[in-house]
Design a protein around this ligand. Structure first.
Ligand code: COA
Length: 287
């Protein structure tokens, strides 16, 4: 265990070692970036471990929802200025390119289309590159006192990678431009108001609120949830007619491939058995 690291809790699995800790609990994989002494700044170790963690969790049937958070008092201070920028910039371009590609892979390419629901639990500092994986997660809940900032302007770069695009897709122009251009920080409550997170709650309720949301998601049909995610991300950039065609095809594919034939169960339980109301909750997946 490196000095300053948070010891993995009992029942935790580290993939494969210490910069990321994964704790499995009742279907939920609590994934913590684990460099609290560096405010969970993203260095190459986290990049490569997170790719491996996502690979493993995708194959692991005991994992039904993934929560991404940070150890200590930070969610993540964004990319590591020394280990992600300065040192790779001074090294061979091919190695830097490999690192940046691997980073894009876990922070958004992979995460956005991850086959299981994902929740960002923003427990503290959240800067720069952290917006990439925050906004690539399906849902997000923050400590109301967490501090967010698009700090790139403060140290002389633009919010690159895919930070600017992620923010532009999530919030209105005036707010995006304000925070991109001023680098001003904002708290969890403000993040909720402008749509960066779903809710902001007091710190002592944060984990329980995330757990509750994870349990709501676990009651839904996982195959259909996955298709909902793809549908949302792909149609945002499509013209209306193409979006309608895509959704029709996706809907047919989803019904056809659904191992539990959810739509049939849903209709039977509502129309014939009258045992539930789709407007008010999910059908019983165990029947
Ligand atoms: N890259 C590299 N190192 C970082 C880092 C980052 N993004 N964020 C924090 N660290 C390191 C600090 O250099 C310090 O290292 P040291 O103990 O070896 O000196 C350690 O983490 C603790 O940071 P510190 O600034 O002392 O903690 P703090 O709690 O007082 O402040 C922050 C926390 C997040 C406000 C501050 O660290 C910060 O501004 N970080 C940079 C945020 C940023 O601009 N990120 C965008 C990157 S794209």
């Amino acid at each position: 265990m490196t000095e300053g690291k948070t010891a993995p809790a009992e029942g935790s699995i580290s993939y494969p070692n210490k910069s990321v800790v994964v704790r499995m609990e009742d279907g939920i994989a609590w994934v913590s970036l684990n460099r609290p002494e560096k405010r969970n700044a993203i260095n190459p170790a986290i990049v490569f471990e997170m790719n491996e963690v996502l690979d493993n969790l995708e194959m692991d049937d005991s994992c039904r929802v993934v929560v991404i958070t940070g150890s200590g008092d930070a969610f993540s201070a964004g990319q590591d200025l020394k280990e992600y920028f300065r040192e790779p910039d001074a090294g061979p371009p091919a190695l830097r390119e490999r690192l940046h590609k691997a980073n894009a892979q876990w922070q958004w390419r992979r995460l956005m289309h991850f086959s299981k629901p994902t929740i960002a639990m923003v427990n503290g500092w959240c800067f720069g590159g952290a917006f990439q994986f925050l906004l690539a997660c399906d849902l997000a809940i923050a400590d109301e006192k967490a501090v967010f900032g698009l700090s790139e302007i403060n140290w002389g770069i633009i919010p690159a990678g895919i930070v600017t695009k992620s923010v532009a897709m999530a919030v209105l122009q005036r707010q995006a431009m304000y925070y991109i251009m001023t680098g001003e920080t904002f708290d969890g409550k403000r993040a909720e108001e402008i749509g960066i997170v779903n809710f902001a709650v007091p710190k002592d309720q944060l984990e329980e609120r995330v757990r509750k949301l994870a349990h709501v998601l676990m009651k839904k049909n996982p195959h259909v949830l996955r298709a909902c995610k793809s549908g949302y991300h792909y149609v945002r950039d499509l013209p209306w007619d193409m979006a309608a065609e895509y959704l029709a095809a996706k809907s047919d594919q989803t019904k056809h491939r659904d191992p539990e034939q959810g739509d049939q169960k849903g209709m039977t339980q509502f129309l014939d058995e009258k045992s539930y109301r789709p407007g008010l909750g999910a059908y019983n997946r165990d029947k």
